[in-house]
Ligand binder design. Structure first.
Ligand SMILES: C=C(O[C@@H]1C=C(C(=O)O)C=C[C@H]1O)C(=O)O
Length: 200
């Protein structure tokens, strides 16, 4: 079978369960490997944490998401994209998809989250089951890398010089519903310093 055209390979990511396979700079590894809520970690590394909701609307999921969330082919999802800001600096671009077939019983709080952190509704809910983390290097052509860059530019912030962005994703399940969270770490995350005044 012939290899996909180069443009296709730039748009796709190879998601894998081993963070070391990414050969990411070592400073990214603790962020990629965070086993608890990323919101909590970001709060512990800033004095002011904010979720900037870019949109939450019906979209067609990405081609490399469909199978993960239980869809035979890319289909309609409720898509939420946010910038997670630490002391007003965007540190993470996050992209979450929930199949439109999910019901409010599955994810009772998701549709009305607004600028509340999704993490606060996932962690601590005994019905939520969290899957394993997967990791990927996103080249500039990947849809999420493009959207992360566009979100920064749309907020008057220069897009990162880095040609690769490092990302992780995790599948959550609750009752009959699935929810896939993908977190793209912006280079600014490496500038965050743990503040002694913040609690985890
Ligand atoms: C899953 C979490 O929620 C965070 C908050 C998100 C949001 O509000 O959309 C998305 C991704 C996460 O980084 C978490 O805090 O770990």
């Amino acid at each position: 079978m012939s290899a996909p055209p180069r443009s296709a390979s730039l748009r796709q990511a190879q998601w894998q369960p081993h963070v070391l396979a990414l050969n990411a700079p070592s400073a990214y590894v603790p962020w990629l490997m965070e086993g608890g809520s990323l919101t909590a970690r970001l709060k512990a590394h800033s004095n002011a944490f904010r979720v900037q909701c870019l949109h939450q609307r019906t979209e067609i999921c990405l081609s490399d998401e469909a199978a993960v969330i239980g869809m035979h082919r890319p289909g309609r999802v409720l898509e939420r994209e946010v910038l997670l800001r630490c002391d007003n600096t965007p540190a993470v671009f996050a992209h979450t998809v929930v199949p439109r077939s999910a019901t409010a019983t599955d994810w009772p709080l998701f549709s009305a989250l607004g600028e509340r952190s999704l993490g606060t509704t996932l962690f601590g809910d005994p019905l939520v089951r969290r899957g394993v983390l997967e990791f990927a290097r996103l080249r500039e052509g990947h849809p999420l890398a493009r959207r992360a860059r566009a979100a920064l530019v749309g907020n008057g912030i220069a897009a990162p010089d880095a040609h690769i962005l490092y990302a992780r994703r995790c599948l959550y399940q609750r009752r009959q519903g699935t929810l896939l969270v993908t977190e793209v770490f912006l280079p600014a995350v490496l500038e965050l310093i743990k503040t002694s005044t913040n609690k985890r």
